[in-house]
Ligand binder design. Structure first.
Ligand SMILES: Cc1cc2nc3c(=O)[nH]c(=O)nc-3n(C[C@H](O)[C@H](O)[C@H](O)COP(=O)(O)OP(=O)(O)OC[C@H]3O[C@@H](n4cnc5c(N)ncnc54)[C@H](O)[C@@H]3O)c2cc1C
Length: 445
């Protein structure tokens, strides 16, 4: 009987890791804990056809050694004429991952188990890990991979206890207005707010939508270039990097895309102070340049802004006030002295995911933090991990049994949330787990 690898989270990261482990060994067993459908996660559970991938199809294969895997799947399964440059609807990528998960179940029967529950407890005994799911079932495993993805958004400051306030755009009902003319305030102007606009309009909503964030920065638009991305791996300080990125405005996309392959090396080479400065001051600007809208989405948003049916505000919410007919949002505009007030029937928190791992509401994360087997990384956001993704415990020791994959490595890495990075991490981690199992098998955890 081979090793048991437990995977907490069956979104894209968990499923891609699972198939690698199954394909590349003859006896490893995968137990994937995931309360929802496999292969979806927040990004790909959407059924809204207006939600498009923000990476062209050619970059979305689940396998880095088979880059055409997704485009081939699209051609075989979807009648629309998508090509490798298409920004396909995200639900299609969800269907693609569900099919990979189905293959795990069918082709590797007996070696793959989906436990439809959260994993809440993981404790090391002398030789293995003892795990318990939220439904009370217990499991033993030789290794555990945290593929728990992006956390829910951070709580909004002074968020009101109101039925009109939605703490998370992805919570049931948030984007399903009963009255199609109601005024909506979206707290955030990033990709989640853009998704919210698209879904509201797709559902027939006609009312005015205000998008509010401190800087009022909307993501830029993707454009496909003939010119190859420009690499700038020479920049080795934040200052140098910022200067290099600012020079020659018209080419910024090629620079942003060009440093992607080196971003994590550059990140690691920055001083701790520079990394902290980047997260505090530069990240909002980096995000809108790096995580861009598909061209079709950018066109729609530009049209809605131009015709006044959506409105972008740079400012800070100062208070919320419940009235019989509305939740009034008070906003101090950026650079202005005065407050403006918007009476909205619906207010939705569209800020991005919580990065501070200490604030994750995930019970497994909280338990591992309390045990000291998981610690926040030096910049204080995601998990501290070594280059192989092993969790580093409170004594600074890298775990032999517990690993992190994908967005939970954010902070240790700067590029770790999208499929092009996740598939490489998953392939490497599978190799490592398979190589090291004999070494770890009978050693105390
Ligand atoms: C709205 C949105 C759109 C995006 N679009 C793109 C895109 O177009 N292209 C791209 O490359 N990237 C995109 N991304 C980035 C995204 O992070 C990755 O593509 C990918 O979905 C991350 O997958 P994941 O499995 O790591 O995380 P998630 O998709 O967040 O999945 C994590 C899973 O873990 C489960 N889980 C959490 N805790 C536990 C636990 N204790 N026990 C068991 N299960 C647990 C959750 O239920 C969840 O299903 C998008 C992200 C978002 C939020």
């Amino acid at each position: 009987m081979g090793d048991v690898v437990a995977i907490a989270g069956g979104g894209a990261s968990g499923v891609i890791l699972a198939i690698h482990l199954l394909r590349e060994s003859s006896d490893t067993r995968d137990v994937v804990f995931e309360p929802n459908e496999l292969g979806e996660g927040v990004a790909f559970a959407t059924r809204c056809p207006a939600h498009l991938l923000n990476v062209p199809a050619r970059g979305m294969s689940a396998f880095s050694d088979d880059p055409a895997h997704f485009t081939t799947w699209l051609a075989a399964n979807v009648s629309d004429p998508f090509d490798e440059d298409s920004f396909a609807p995200r639900h299609l990528f969800g269907a693609y991952l569900r099919e990979i998960a189905k293959r795990c179940k069918q082709a590797y029967a007996g070696r793959f188990e989906h436990v439809k529950a959260l994993l809440t407890v993981a404790k090391s005994n002398d030789y293995r890990l003892r795990l318990r799911a939220a439904d009370g079932r217990a499991y033993d495993a030789d290794a555990l991979v945290l593929a728990i993805g992006n956390a829910a958004p951070a709580s909004w400051a002074n968020a009101p206890a109101s039925a009109r306030f939605y703490a998370n755009a992805w919570q049931p009902g948030a984007l399903e207005p009963a009255d199609l003319d109601e005024t909506v305030v979206l707290l955030g102007t990033g990709l989640t707010a853009v998704d919210a606009v698209l879904e509201l309009r797709h559902r027939g909503h006609r009312g005015l939508i205000h998008l509010v964030s401190r800087r009022g920065l909307l993501p830029h638009e993707h454009r496909l270039f003939d010119a190859p991305p420009q690499a700038n791996p020479e920049a080795r300080s934040l200052h140098e990097l910022m200067n290099a990125m600012r020079a020659g405005d018209e080419n910024w996309r090629t620079k942003v895309d060009g440093i992607r392959a080196f971003s994590n090396d550059i990140w690691r080479s920055l001083t701790l102070a520079d990394r902290r400065r980047f997260l505090k001051r530069v990240l909002p600007y980096w995000n809108v340049h790096r995580h861009r809208m598909a061209p079709e989405v950018a066109t729609t948003i530009a049209e809605l802004l131009a015709n006044g049916s959506i409105n972008k505000i740079a400012g800070r919410t100062t208070a919320f006030e419940e009235t019989p007919k509305a939740l009034v949002v008070h906003i101090r505009e950026r650079g202005g002295e005065f407050e403006r007030s918007i009476a909205a029937q619906r207010v939705i928190n569209c800020s991005g995911p919580e990065h501070d791992i200490k604030k994750y509401r995930n019970p497994l994360v909280q338990l591992l933090l309390a045990q000291g087997s998981l610690t926040p990384n030096a910049v204080g956001v995601g998990a501290d991990v070594d280059d192989d993704g092993r969790l580093i415990d409170r004594d600074g020791v890298a775990s032999e049994r517990i690993f992190a994959l994908g967005p939970v490595r954010f902070g240790t890495l700067i590029e770790t949330t999208a499929i092009p990075e996740i598939r490489v991490q998953a392939a490497r981690l599978a190799q490592l787990l398979l190589r090291s199992r004999d070494v770890v098998e009978r050693k105390p955890a």
